[in-house]
Design a protein around this ligand. Sequence first.
Ligand SMILES: [Zn+2]
Length: 204
Amino acid sequence: MDHVNALPFLLDNLIGRVAAGVDVYGSAETVEALRRHIFNGVIWPDFTVLPKPDQAVLRLHAVSPGEPFPVGPYMVEAVAVNHSVPTLAYLIEGPDGTVAFSGDTGPTENLWHRLSQIKNLRAIFLETSFPTSHAELAGRTRHLCVEDVGRELAKIGHSLGLPVYLYHLKPEYQDVIKREVDHLAAWKIRLAVPGETIKITAPA
Ligand SMILES: [Zn+2]
Protein backbone atom coordinates (compact mmCIF):
# COMPACT_ATOMS: atom_id res chain seq x y z
CA MET A 1 0.00 0.00 0.00
CA ASP A 2 2.86 2.42 0.73
CA HIS A 3 4.06 1.94 -2.86
CA VAL A 4 0.75 2.25 -4.73
CA ASN A 5 -1.36 4.57 -2.60
CA ALA A 6 -0.93 7.60 -4.90
CA LEU A 7 -1.75 5.66 -8.05
CA PRO A 8 -5.57 5.54 -7.83
CA PHE A 9 -5.77 9.30 -7.19
CA LEU A 10 -3.15 10.17 -9.80
CA LEU A 11 -5.17 8.30 -12.42
CA ASP A 12 -8.42 9.80 -11.16
CA ASN A 13 -6.92 13.27 -11.68
CA LEU A 14 -5.55 12.43 -15.13
CA ILE A 15 -8.48 10.59 -16.67
CA GLY A 16 -9.95 12.55 -19.55
CA ARG A 17 -7.17 15.15 -19.31
CA VAL A 18 -4.19 13.36 -20.83
CA ALA A 19 -4.35 11.49 -24.09
CA ALA A 20 -1.24 9.43 -23.49
CA GLY A 21 -2.17 7.56 -20.31
CA VAL A 22 0.29 6.24 -17.74
CA ASP A 23 2.53 3.20 -18.08
CA VAL A 24 3.03 1.26 -14.83
CA TYR A 25 5.67 -1.48 -14.69
CA GLY A 26 5.94 -4.22 -12.12
CA SER A 27 6.46 -7.93 -11.59
CA ALA A 28 3.72 -10.23 -12.87
CA GLU A 29 2.66 -10.70 -9.23
CA THR A 30 2.41 -6.96 -8.60
CA VAL A 31 0.50 -6.30 -11.82
CA GLU A 32 -1.91 -9.10 -10.95
CA ALA A 33 -2.34 -7.72 -7.42
CA LEU A 34 -3.18 -4.26 -8.80
CA ARG A 35 -5.75 -5.74 -11.16
CA ARG A 36 -7.31 -8.03 -8.58
CA HIS A 37 -7.20 -5.93 -5.41
CA ILE A 38 -7.18 -2.23 -6.40
CA PHE A 39 -8.42 -1.56 -9.96
CA ASN A 40 -11.08 -4.23 -9.66
CA GLY A 41 -14.32 -2.26 -10.04
CA VAL A 42 -14.93 -2.64 -6.29
CA ILE A 43 -12.23 -0.65 -4.51
CA TRP A 44 -11.52 1.53 -7.54
CA PRO A 45 -12.60 1.60 -11.20
CA ASP A 46 -10.74 -0.56 -13.71
CA PHE A 47 -8.66 2.21 -15.25
CA THR A 48 -7.11 -0.23 -17.70
CA VAL A 49 -10.31 0.12 -19.78
CA LEU A 50 -11.30 3.71 -18.95
CA PRO A 51 -12.22 6.17 -20.36
CA LYS A 52 -12.19 3.71 -23.32
CA PRO A 53 -10.45 0.36 -23.69
CA ASP A 54 -8.28 1.62 -26.55
CA GLN A 55 -7.39 4.91 -24.76
CA ALA A 56 -6.96 3.65 -21.21
CA VAL A 57 -5.46 6.01 -18.65
CA LEU A 58 -3.59 3.06 -17.09
CA ARG A 59 -1.41 0.59 -18.96
CA LEU A 60 0.03 -2.20 -16.83
CA HIS A 61 3.24 -3.92 -17.93
CA ALA A 62 4.61 -7.07 -16.30
CA VAL A 63 8.41 -7.18 -16.40
CA SER A 64 10.91 -9.89 -15.50
CA PRO A 65 14.45 -9.86 -14.11
CA GLY A 66 17.08 -10.16 -16.83
CA GLU A 67 14.83 -8.67 -19.53
CA PRO A 68 15.69 -4.96 -19.80
CA PHE A 69 12.96 -2.72 -21.21
CA PRO A 70 12.91 0.88 -22.48
CA VAL A 71 11.10 3.67 -20.63
CA GLY A 72 11.40 6.97 -22.51
CA PRO A 73 15.12 7.60 -23.04
CA TYR A 74 16.15 5.06 -20.38
CA MET A 75 16.76 1.34 -20.27
CA VAL A 76 15.43 -0.31 -17.12
CA GLU A 77 16.43 -3.67 -15.71
CA ALA A 78 14.65 -5.46 -12.87
CA VAL A 79 16.54 -7.46 -10.26
CA ALA A 80 14.71 -9.73 -7.79
CA VAL A 81 15.37 -8.79 -4.16
CA ASN A 82 14.48 -10.30 -0.79
CA HIS A 83 11.12 -9.21 0.62
CA SER A 84 8.00 -10.78 2.13
CA VAL A 85 6.29 -10.58 -1.29
CA PRO A 86 7.92 -10.82 -4.75
CA THR A 87 9.77 -7.52 -5.09
CA LEU A 88 12.06 -6.00 -7.68
CA ALA A 89 14.93 -3.54 -7.60
CA TYR A 90 15.30 -1.39 -10.71
CA LEU A 91 18.49 -0.32 -12.46
CA ILE A 92 17.88 2.69 -14.68
CA GLU A 93 20.46 3.44 -17.34
CA GLY A 94 20.60 6.78 -19.14
CA PRO A 95 23.24 8.60 -21.17
CA ASP A 96 25.12 9.67 -18.00
CA GLY A 97 25.17 6.28 -16.30
CA THR A 98 23.08 3.93 -14.18
CA VAL A 99 21.11 4.54 -10.99
CA ALA A 100 19.87 1.70 -8.78
CA PHE A 101 16.65 1.68 -6.71
CA SER A 102 16.59 -1.20 -4.24
CA GLY A 103 12.85 -1.58 -3.70
CA ASP A 104 11.80 -3.01 -0.33
CA THR A 105 14.33 -5.63 0.64
CA GLY A 106 16.06 -7.39 3.46
CA PRO A 107 19.70 -8.45 3.09
CA THR A 108 20.26 -9.65 -0.48
CA GLU A 109 23.06 -11.04 -2.63
CA ASN A 110 21.33 -10.70 -6.01
CA LEU A 111 21.29 -6.94 -6.14
CA TRP A 112 24.91 -6.45 -5.06
CA HIS A 113 26.13 -9.14 -7.42
CA ARG A 114 24.43 -7.40 -10.34
CA LEU A 115 25.59 -3.93 -9.27
CA SER A 116 29.19 -5.12 -9.00
CA GLN A 117 29.05 -5.83 -12.75
CA ILE A 118 27.91 -2.32 -13.67
CA LYS A 119 30.73 -0.06 -14.74
CA ASN A 120 28.81 3.21 -15.01
CA LEU A 121 26.94 3.04 -11.69
CA ARG A 122 26.39 6.60 -10.42
CA ALA A 123 24.14 6.31 -7.36
CA ILE A 124 22.23 3.84 -5.22
CA PHE A 125 18.87 4.47 -3.60
CA LEU A 126 18.59 1.99 -0.74
CA GLU A 127 15.66 1.26 1.50
CA THR A 128 16.32 1.76 5.22
CA SER A 129 13.12 1.12 7.10
CA PHE A 130 14.34 0.80 10.68
CA PRO A 131 17.05 1.95 13.09
CA THR A 132 19.47 -0.69 14.37
CA SER A 133 17.55 -0.90 17.67
CA HIS A 134 14.79 -2.57 15.59
CA ALA A 135 17.09 -5.02 13.79
CA GLU A 136 14.96 -7.98 14.84
CA LEU A 137 11.79 -6.42 13.41
CA ALA A 138 13.67 -5.46 10.24
CA GLY A 139 14.79 -9.08 9.84
CA ARG A 140 11.33 -10.48 10.40
CA THR A 141 9.68 -8.09 7.90
CA ARG A 142 12.56 -8.37 5.41
CA HIS A 143 13.58 -4.76 5.51
CA LEU A 144 16.95 -3.18 6.29
CA CYS A 145 18.02 -1.47 9.50
CA VAL A 146 20.95 0.94 9.55
CA GLU A 147 23.43 -1.75 10.64
CA ASP A 148 22.29 -3.88 7.67
CA VAL A 149 22.97 -0.94 5.35
CA GLY A 150 26.66 -1.01 6.31
CA ARG A 151 26.83 -4.77 5.78
CA GLU A 152 24.97 -4.57 2.47
CA LEU A 153 27.16 -1.80 1.06
CA ALA A 154 30.29 -3.74 2.02
CA LYS A 155 29.21 -6.33 -0.56
CA ILE A 156 30.28 -3.88 -3.31
CA GLY A 157 33.34 -2.50 -1.56
CA HIS A 158 34.79 -0.95 -4.71
CA SER A 159 32.15 1.77 -4.77
CA LEU A 160 33.05 3.67 -1.61
CA GLY A 161 32.88 7.00 -3.44
CA LEU A 162 29.41 6.34 -4.78
CA PRO A 163 26.54 8.49 -3.43
CA VAL A 164 24.01 6.39 -1.52
CA TYR A 165 20.58 7.85 -0.81
CA LEU A 166 18.55 6.18 1.90
CA TYR A 167 14.78 6.19 1.45
CA HIS A 168 11.70 4.32 2.73
CA LEU A 169 12.38 5.39 6.33
CA LYS A 170 9.51 4.62 8.68
CA PRO A 171 8.48 8.15 9.62
CA GLU A 172 8.51 7.53 13.38
CA TYR A 173 12.18 6.47 13.25
CA GLN A 174 13.51 9.19 10.94
CA ASP A 175 15.47 11.08 13.58
CA VAL A 176 17.12 8.05 15.14
CA ILE A 177 17.96 6.64 11.68
CA LYS A 178 19.54 9.99 10.83
CA ARG A 179 21.76 9.84 13.93
CA GLU A 180 22.78 6.23 13.31
CA VAL A 181 23.65 6.92 9.68
CA ASP A 182 26.27 9.46 10.79
CA HIS A 183 28.32 6.51 12.07
CA LEU A 184 28.53 4.96 8.59
CA ALA A 185 30.95 7.71 7.65
CA ALA A 186 32.98 5.64 5.19
CA TRP A 187 30.19 6.04 2.65
CA LYS A 188 28.73 9.10 0.96
CA ILE A 189 25.38 8.38 2.57
CA ARG A 190 22.54 10.82 2.89
CA LEU A 191 18.83 10.64 3.42
CA ALA A 192 16.66 11.33 0.39
CA VAL A 193 14.18 14.07 1.26
CA PRO A 194 10.61 13.74 -0.06
CA GLY A 195 10.00 16.31 -2.80
CA GLU A 196 13.71 16.83 -3.42
CA THR A 197 15.04 16.72 -7.00
CA ILE A 198 18.39 14.94 -7.30
CA LYS A 199 20.43 15.39 -10.46
CA ILE A 200 22.66 12.43 -11.28
CA THR A 201 25.47 13.17 -13.73
CA ALA A 202 28.58 11.45 -15.02
CA PRO A 203 31.77 12.39 -13.16
CA ALA A 204 33.60 15.30 -14.82
ZN1 LIG B 1 7.39 -0.39 1.43
